[in-house]
Design a protein around this ligand. Structure first.
Ligand SMILES: [Zn+2]
Length: 95
């Protein structure tokens, strides 16, 4: 992450949003064949590489990220990519 100062940095809000959606929809529901750390990271990375980044200043804060997180269209776009990534990684885990 690029740092401009102690208080200001660049954040791709898709990182926390994809992680949270993954947790809520796959980890908490035990929806994975393998939920080792390697598979978890690979699924999140693959998803992030297929979802356009959405950058904000770290100052934007948690309220802004939560508001984005709750957008139904954004959630369904990410969930579609997340589901594809889960299928790919579960069929061919990198271990
Ligand atoms: Zn695994």
């Amino acid at each position: 992450m690029m740092m401009f100062s102690r208080d200001l940095s660049i954040l791709n809000v898709m990182e926390p949003i994809v992680s949270n959606l993954f947790e809520d929809n796959y980890l908490k529901t035990n929806g994975l064949k393998c939920d080792c750390e390697k598979c978890q990271i690979d699924i999140v990375l693959l998803t992030l590489n297929h979802v356009p980044p959405h950058y904000t200043s770290s100052q934007a804060g948690e309220a802004y990220i939560k508001a984005l997180y709750q957008e139904p269209q954004l959630q369904s776009d990410i969930l579609r990519e997340l589901t594809k990534a889960v299928q790919v990684i579960q069929e061919r885990p990198n271990h």
